[in-house]
Design a protein around this ligand. Structure first.
Ligand code: GDP
Length: 307
């Protein structure tokens, strides 16, 4: 069964890992967000692609929730001591990947090309595609000014309220090679429990991607990133209150207007306002087994006949 999963970083990677486990090798294609990408200490970092890669390979730190397990921080401490920028956390093991990717990009390789090589080096048969090889950067418009995603999220600890988002470069970007074909050939499309505004909308902002999903022949199912109207982690509940006017399943579904055949929600939200078909299950991913269970339920939801 050919499955496409749209994914951001941490929340998305958790479900992507479950899908990777329950599908046959090579059946899953993850389309990842690049709106969070940044250049730091001369390195190109793609935090969302890396979160997915690390989670699929089982080398992610599940307690901290991001980066690699068993990480150390000596390179960053040294860079700080030499007066380098130290606000973005880069671990020693993590830096190894950024060095390889940055060199490849400097040598003219595409982001999708180097991503494919990294996946291969990790021994994975799942395909990972950045939404675009072009430069696309999410900007948060806040009362304190407009900030690139990581500056708002990490340096300013996502404390500023968000009035609007901009996906700079999206209008002239092209889907990375294979993205449209993967969506067109998919027997199921899954939208991970990622932050719609900062993880999924930047993917959909690449011309052609939303249209390909709208024209789908398969079903498209999203998993809600909110449980009990609250983000499991991060600022999504505050963002939704301000940008969408609420945090019910109906508000989440409206973030994906025209794209969903069903929304997978947690049992605690079953009585809240919904909008369209919902599938109720336990959506908190506490470990890899939970990820597999949620992946299976989500895939079942993509196979049901549209009512
Ligand atoms: P980021 O790009 O690293 O911020 O990651 P994502 O956008 O992919 O994920 C952030 C979202 O994941 C947050 O809104 C969380 O509420 C959601 N999330 C994290 N863990 C879980 C989980 O176990 N279950 C569900 N349903 N959502 C989760």
């Amino acid at each position: 069964m050919k499955v496409v999963c749209l994914s951001g970083g941490v929340g998305g990677a958790k479900l992507a890992a479950g899908l990777h486990d329950v599908l046959e090798p090579g059946e899953l294609t993850v389309i990842g967000n690049v709106g969070d990408d940044l250049e730091v200490l001369g390195l190109h970092v793609s935090p969302d692609l890396d979160s997915v890669l690390y989670a699929l390979a089982g080398i992610n730190d599940t307690e901290r929730g991001w980066g690699r397990a068993g990480e150390t921080w000596e390179t960053l401490e040294s860079a700080r001591a030499w007066g380098g920028e130290g606000w973005f956390m880069l671990g020693d093991r993590d830096i190894g990947l950024h060095l390889v990717r940055s060199q490849a990009l400097r040598d003219g390789e595409s982001l999708s090309g180097i991503t494919a090589r990294l996946v291969l080096a990790a021994g994975l048969e799942t395909r990972m595609l950045p939404a675009t090889d072009d430069r696309l950067r999410t900007q948060l418009v806040t009362p304190a000014g407009t900030f690139p995603f990581q500056e708002w999220f990490v340096a300013r600890r996502h404390e500023d309220e968000v009035d609007a988002l901009r996906y700079d470069g999206a209008d002239v970007s092209r889907p990375a090679p294979g993205v449209i074909e993967a969506i067109e050939g998919a027997e199921a499309i899954v939208i991970s429990p990622s932050n719609p505004y900062v993880s999924i909308h930047p993917i959909l902002a690449v011309p052609g991607i939303r249209e390909a999903i709208e024209a789908r022949r398969s079903r498209c199912v999203a998993v809600s990133p909110l449980i009990g109207g609250r983000a499991v982690r991060g600022p999504l509940d505050r963002m939704m209150q301000r940008l969408a006017g609420g945090t019910t399943p109906a508000h989440v579904a409206r973030c994906y207007d025209g794209l969903l055949d069903a929304l997978v929600i947690d049992a605690v939200d079953a009585t809240a306002e919904t909008d369209g078909a919902v599938v109720v299950t336990d959506t908190l991913i506490t470990d890899r087994d939970a990820a597999r269970r949620l992946a299976e339920t989500t895939l079942e939801a993509t196979m049901e006949n549209p009512s």
